[in-house]
Each structure stands twice: as C-alpha cells, then as structure tokens.
Design a protein around this ligand. Structure first.
Ligand code: SF4
Length: 458
C-alpha cells in the first residue's frame, strides 16, 4: 500500500505523544493567537478576561510585552507575560533576580510541577493552560512547528531533487498535490480553531490580516487584527474612523505637528490624527509599538502602510458582507473581484508618509497577493465540502513564483519554478509544505532527512 504524505509526516516528523515536542515557542504561538479559552482561570481560581495577549518580544526579557486583561474585580491590568512549559521554569531561569521581568503580571505555563510553588510573587498571576486551550493540542502542534519566516533563504538543490525530477509529470503533480492537501487541511484546522475561539468573521479578519502582512509583517498584522476585532470596525460607518483606528492602534500614525511629513500626505494625516486623538486612550492598552514593524526590508509596493489601507478598505460593512459570503460559498471569482476594488486615493500612488511616489499607480492588493489569499483565506474558511473545493481549485489562477516558493523549488526541483505541467494551485502549496516539513533550518537537513526513503517506498 502506498504511504500517504500525511501519514509519513506524522510518523517521521511528529511523534505520537505531543508532550515531548511541546516547545515554548509553540506555547508562545498559541498565546499570540489567543487560542485559549477566554476568560482564563488562574491557579487561585480567579477569572481573567484577556483583552490583548501582548506584543511578542523576540529579544531578551519577557515573552510578551504589554498584555491587557480584565481582572476578576472588573479592573483592567496591563503588564508583561512570561511563558514556560513548567511552572518551575521561572525559578530555573532565575527571572526573579532579573529586573527585565519586574513588570511581569502573568506567568503562563503548560502544567504545574507538583513539587514547586507556581506563584513567583504576589503580583504575578499563575495560569496553567493545559486544560484551557481553544482547540486540542494535537491539532495545534503541527500548525505551529515552524513558520516560513523562520526558514532560511539562500538555497541549493537538495538530496532528493534527482528522484523528484525522475518522476513522470503526473506522478510529480500527484505527489505535490497530496502535500498541498496536507497544507490546506492544516490551514482549515487553524481556521476552525480560530472560528470556534473568536467567531467566523474574526477568523476571516485574522487570516486576511496575516495574508496581507506577507512573511515580514505577518506577526504585527495578526496582532493588529486581534487588537482591533472586525466587529468593532463594522460598527463604524465612516471609513475614516476605521482607518484612523487601524493606523492609530498599529502605532503607524505619526503626529502631523512633529513628524516630517510630505505636504502631499499632510491633509490625510491631519484628518486621521484628528479622528484618532480623542479616542486614543480607549485603545492605549492595545496599541502596537512602532518598532514591531519591518518597514525597510519590504518593497515600496508592499509597504505595511499600503497594506493597512487595504485592510481598512475591506472593513467597509457592505463590502465585508459580500467578501465573507464569497468565502462561505467558495466563490473565487467574486472573492478576486472584490479584492480588485480595494483602493485608496493616497496609498494607490504612495509608499510612505514622507510622500514617496510609486513609479506607477499600483493596486493595494495585486493579482499575486489576491491569488495567495485564495489559499490563505478562502480555501481554509469556505463551507464547501472538500471534494467540491478540490474541483473548484483546479480552475484557480496559480500566482507568482516569488520568495519562499523559489527557494523551495530550487531545493526540491533544482529549478527556480516548478515545470509548467505541475503548476496547479495545490502543487505550489505542496512544494511549500514539503520544504517546511523536511528542508528545515538545519544546514545539513538532507543528511538525516527521511524524504528519500519515503520516495523510494512510494
Ligand atoms: S531536506 Fe529532505 S526533502 Fe529537503 S531536499 Fe534534502 S532530502 Fe529532499
């Protein structure tokens, strides 16, 4: 019997018992996504409602900064969060003597070690999340093992590329599409976990924000989508109010009286600032630090400021209804047509508040990004059954070959893009999935990789 891609990954990449591979980074990702039951229970039985999980700190110090929650007595607290596998890790890492941890208010861990005291100090509330997840851990682990951003670039052909190229076109496409299905099912599992934790509309909102963030700014866009839920924006009929809140909470709205702003951008910036200023206190505990955005490494067309304008346009209540309906019904053409209408009088032609003009006016969500969103948003969240989705996906446009896909293609097929005959939407995603599952960050991944055995068995 042929071994399926899914079974091989589970047998060779994942182990049966999730606990040994439950790393702190997976727990951090679960926290970042707020895939926990809300309200949470502390070890002392207090009920805490999470308003904002905090901003992921990838440097020294606590894992999340400026978390905000509603305490049992109704008061709002803000402070940092430290995440561990065990309650005893706080002492083991000697955080009590480190001043960087003095603002920690929540110590979140997977489970309590019976032999240790779980509360390092009276102002730090301990929370064990083992029984407080929004989805089963076995479903969350494979989703969060490694993000494409963690996978290094600079590829060269790997050990199995000759075997893959020796397959017939049909065999290669079947193999890649099987891996593509594996990737899609993982996305559907994540979408379903988000839907059950935060509702369908919010799951769409987070997936859209994530997709518009590209790999460079995926994390702050996801934080922003959690900080400003779609249901709050839909209650604001004026588009400038929605825009002001998104730019303001993103921390990307400079004070027009202080920042060096182009005269071309000034009227827009002033209007947004005037709408943001009176309500900034309300959002204070959710506002992102500007430093979390990667501005310099993106192409001007992909500037987060332009992507934010797109997100704000999409939050229009009428357009949102059409978009979510197209997703539920799996109507790719309607979905792409709606994304085509996304525009902005300033950001269509500019890349920054300094007034940098693009070489030519450019769509806020171009064709490549729109087709990527089909797979990132529509396919995971549609209500269509799998076989119908599969049938419809055959007609979807495939999109470009930039970035990670090029690295995956070079590694696995020794060419910068897959051959034309295997260029289906699912095959493209399958290539990315194999790259993610097997050709990981280790420089010598090929030496210990089980993929050649898997191919030989097939
Ligand atoms: S790491 Fe594995 S799957 Fe990737 S190229 Fe090497 S042998 Fe192939």
């Amino acid at each position: 019997m042929t071994t399926s891609y899914r079974r091989w990954v589970h047998q060779n990449i994942l182990r049966e018992d999730p606990a040994p591979i439950l790393s702190e980074s997976i727990l951090q990702r679960i926290w970042f996504e707020s895939l926990v039951r809300n309200p949470l229970q502390t070890l002392s039985g207090e009920s805490l409602t999470l308003r904002q999980p905090g901003f992921w700190n990838h440097r020294a110090g606590p894992d999340f900064l400026r978390c905000s929650f509603l305490a049992g007595d109704g008061s709002i607290f803000t402070g940092d969060v430290e995440i561990h596998r065990h309650s005893s890790d706080w002492d083991a890492h000697q955080h009590s003597t480190n001043p960087a941890y003095r603002n920690v208010v929540l110590h979140v861990f997977w489970q309590v070690d019976p032999s240790t005291s779980p509360a390092p100090s009276p102002q730090i509330r301990p929370i064990a999340i083992e029984h407080q997840l929004a989805a089963p851990l076995t479903e969350l682990i494979p989703l969060f093992r490694a993000t494409p951003a963690e996978i290094s670039g600079g590829e060269k052909p790997g050990r199995c590329h000759l075997t893959l190229l020796a397959l017939s076109t049909d065999q290669l496409r079947d193999f890649l599409e099987e891996a593509g299905w594996h990737r899609l099912r993982q996305r559907r599992a994540l979408a379903s976990a988000r839907s059950s934790a935060h509702g369908f509309d919010q799951a769409v909102w987070v997936a859209l924000a994530e997709g518009l963030g590209f790999s460079e700014n995926r994390e702050p866009f996801t934080s922003l989508a959690h900080a400003v839920p779609i249901f709050q924006l839909l209650q604001l009929p004026h588009r400038m109010d929605r825009e002001a809140i998104l730019y303001g909470v993103a921390g990307l709205l400079p004070d027009p009286t202080r920042a060096s702003v182009s005269p071309r951008a000034l009227p827009l910036l002033k209007e947004l600032w005037d709408r943001w200023w009176p309500q900034r206190e309300t959002w204070n505990d959710r506002t992102l630090p500007p430093a979390c955005w990667k501005m310099g490494s993106t192409r001007p067309n992909n500037s987060p400021l332009r992507r934010l304008a797109a997100l704000s346009f999409i939050s229009d209540p009428i357009l949102w209804t059409s978009l979510t309906q197209s997703i539920q019904k799996g109507e790719s053409n309607a979905f792409l047509e709606i994304l085509k209408t996304v525009k902005h009088r300033f950001w269509d032609q500019h890349a920054g508040w300094d007034g940098r003009i693009l070489s030519s006016p450019s769509r806020l969500v171009g064709l490549d990004r729109s087709t990527a969103l089909l797979f990132q948003v529509l396919a995971p969240l549609t209500l269509l059954p799998e076989d119908e989705l599969n049938r419809r996906m055959q007609d979807w446009p495939v999109g470009g070959d930039a970035g990670l896909l090029r690295s995956a293609s070079i590694r696995l097929l020794s060419v910068p893009f897959p051959p034309p005959d295997v260029r289906s939407h699912l095959a493209r995603e399958g290539l990315l999935q194999i790259y993610r599952d097997f050709c990981r960050t280790e420089t010598d991944a090929c030496q210990s990789c089980s993929m050649p055995n898997f191919l030989a068995q097939r």
